[in-house]
Design a protein around this ligand. Structure first.
Ligand code: ATP
Ligand code: MG
Length: 446
């Protein structure tokens, strides 16, 4: 249906300043699928004498028959004018100004049409400011990908397409608007966004859009770590982490976001790779089941391979427990230079790591069970085993321990005490581990 339409309208689409307009009876975007808050905002903008268009992921996902997670609105009203129209409006002064309008429980992003920017880039071509206002047409070509530049308005209930987005949507192709090199240099995060949308939508990246990424990936070093952290969340916590992770490696971008992780995987850490892949698969499953997911867990898995490799190396010259502590501190410190990790995630992540050897040692198990981080640490332990680490069946032990009554627990504790001593003695031999594999804390030091 969409295809026939596009064929019909194709001649008009070639004019850059004349949009392809798909009228209301020829597309599947319905007012009923749009959040009430977004509808209200568009109506009030119109009443105030302004234009209000739904744009971005909202329109894209509705056309694809999905359920958008948020709706973005573009308007010719200036931020101050938007603020005057809505009581719950707040101007957010990021790289470009956007207005957050709160309506009930929803927050809708309202942005003023962008114009052609002045030449305020740095020596890498990165845009430092982007606050020149423009029209619907200029707004369309300032957006990142053609499928993200489709507009819907309550005025005529039509879709307005200035960049060939409908055709690309039909072909399931992600295509950057304009010259790829220029657009990536203006904002290197667009490379991550290309990967993210390709992973999430299952789209092919057009070769012209894909090819420069390998070459320009290193420009991500110019992006503030805090912005990259935000992108990491979007990459791995939106339900397509598995596909996205694979694409990130394929396009060489993991090396810029998580260099130590990429180095460990490059060095052939199969167990580490499986651990990360399993984590991504689990995260996707949880997102789909609408269960909570935390960046702490994702970071714990992402940084585990380099941490384990470093601990392994350090343990040649210091006790394992000290080697682990130092490796953890070093790897985290290094990572913070690339993507920030807010303390509220860093602390639980470190606790999960710190609990790993205690779980393997099974000392004071009842106390461990009550630890606020037990559940996450136990899940992490299971993942490590599932990915091929040999931890003396600790995962199974803990699964059983949580299941049995107190008398049986006492028996398990007594048995593990008996079993622990000769074993840990045997494991003291300084054999190089085949991979990041084993716990970085192989023997009790106390
Ligand atoms: P999602 O489903 O993740 O919300 P989205 O396409 O809505 O996807 P947002 O990050 O919400 O993505 O951005 C909204 C819109 O703003 C995009 O669709 C795109 O048109 C535009 N946009 C966002 N970031 C950029 C950027 N870095 N460069 C150019 N345009 C951008
Ligand atoms: Mg959006």
């Amino acid at each position: 249906m969409l295809k026939r339409l596009i064929d019909k309208f194709r001649p008009r689409a070639r004019h850059p300043d004349r949009p392809l307009i798909i009228p209301r009876d020829q597309h599947n975007v319905s007012r009923r699928d749009i959040s009430q808050a977004a509808i209200k905002i568009m109506k009030r903008l119109e009443e105030g004498g302004f234009q209000g268009f739904l744009v971005g992921g909202g329109v894209r996902d509705l056309l694809l028959g999905g359920h958008p997670k948020d709706f973005d609105i573009a308007t010719d009203a200036k931020p101050e004018q938007i603020k005057r129209l809505f009581r719950g409006a707040r101007i957010i002064g990021r790289r470009f100004q956007i207005v957050h309008v709160r309506m009930g429980r929803e927050i809708i992003e309202v942005t003023t049409f962008r114009g052609h920017h002045d030449q305020s880039g740095n020596e890498d071509g990165m845009l430092l400011r982007d606050n020149v206002y423009g029209t619907l047409e200029t707004d369309a070509v300032r957006r990142d990908f053609t499928v993200n530049a489709l507009y819907y308005t309550l005025n005529d209930f039509a879709i307005h397409d200035y960049t060939g987005g409908l055709k690309d949507l039909e072909k399931r192709t992600l295509r950057i608007i304009g010259d790829p090199h220029t657009r990536y240099k203006e904002d290197p995060v667009r490379m991550l966004r290309a990967i993210r949308f390709a992973g999430k939508l299952g789209f092919q990246i057009d070769p012209g859009t894909a090819d420069p990424i390998l070459e320009l990936g290193e420009l991500l070093r110019n992006v503030p770590p805090a912005r990259l952290f935000e992108e990491v969340l979007k990459l791995f916590m939106a339900g397509s982490a598995t596909a996205t992770f694979t694409l990130m490696r394929e396009y060489g971008l993991l090396a810029h976001l998580f260099p130590a992780t990429e180095a460990a995987l490059e060095a052939g850490d199969e167990t580490g790779l499986t651990l990360i892949e399993e984590t991504m698969a689990n995260t996707d499953k949880r997102v789909r089941a609408e269960k909570p997911v935390t960046p702490a867990f994702i970071y714990a898995a992402m940084l585990w391979p380099p941490m384990a490799a470093r601990a392994d190396h350090l343990s040649k010259s210091m006790p394992p427990q000290q080697a682990y502590q130092q490796a953890a501190t070093e790897v985290i410190g290094h990572q913070l230079g690339h993507t920030s990790i807010p303390k509220r995630f860093l602390i639980p992540m470190r606790e999960m790591w710190d609990m790993q050897h205690r779980l393997v040692q099974k000392r004071h198990p009842q106390r461990l069970l009550e630890h606020s981080r037990f559940r996450a640490a136990y899940d992490f332990l299971l993942l490590r085993e599932a990915s091929g680490e040999h931890l003396d069946g600790a995962g199974n032990w803990w699964t059983r321990f949580q299941d049995v009554d107190e008398a049986e627990q006492q028996k398990m504790i007594a048995e593990s005490r008996q079993g622990a001593k000769p074993k840990s003695g045997r494991r003291r031999s300084r054999k190089r581990r085949p991979s990041s594999g084993d716990s970085p804390n192989p023997a009790p030091q106390e």
